[in-house]
Design a binder for this molecule. Structure first.
Ligand code: IDP
Length: 140
């Protein structure tokens, strides 16, 4: 059953370009409520932990370097069918393949610097939200 929360990060490329506000506006206009949010910067080690599932992939070292290269915004979002609907809103991993009107199509610079993260399952949404936020740093 789909839960009603997902987790997102506005990645260093989008933060640096000053696109955080525009992206958050698209997220709210699509019906998501922001129930936790912070600006922070990952160390390479923490980026490695967050993306541990990709540790065998050839792009893992680059991804960890990129994700720790500058500030990000982390947020938990609430909406019916949150995980699936948010993946639709952000579009395909590679912006070249992303549908028109999606966040990655509009803001991503490359397959790596692709503007936003979105959890790929309800289970990962809960794990990723808990990676950044304690129960005192979120609504509900
Ligand atoms: P997703 O973010 O769309 O779920 P994943 O396959 O889980 O995509 O990959 C995690 C992140 O790793 C991507 O968002 C992107 O930043 C980076 N990435 C994925 N594939 C590549 C690649 O082929 N080259 C470089 N970076 C990649």
């Amino acid at each position: 059953m789909a839960t009603n929360r997902t987790f997102t990060m506005i990645k260093p490329d989008a933060f640096e370009a000053g696109n955080s506000g525009a992206i958050l506006k698209m997220i709210e206009e699509a019906g998501f409520k922001i129930v936790a949010m912070k600006a922070t910067q990952l160390s390479k080690e923490l980026a490695g932990k967050f993306y541990a599932v990709h540790s065998e992939r050839p792009f893992y070292a680059d991804l960890c370097a990129y994700m720790s290269s500058g500030p990000i915004i982390a947020a938990i979002l609430e909406k019916d069918n949150a995980v699936e609907d948010f993946r639709k809103l952000i579009g395909a991993t590679n912006p070249a393949d992303a549908a028109e009107g999606t966040i990655r199509k509009i803001f991503a610079k490359s397959i790596e610097a692709n503007a936003v993260h979105g959890s790929d399952s309800d289970e990962n949404a809960a794990i990723e939200g808990a990676f950044y936020f304690s129960q005192f740093e979120r609504v509900g």
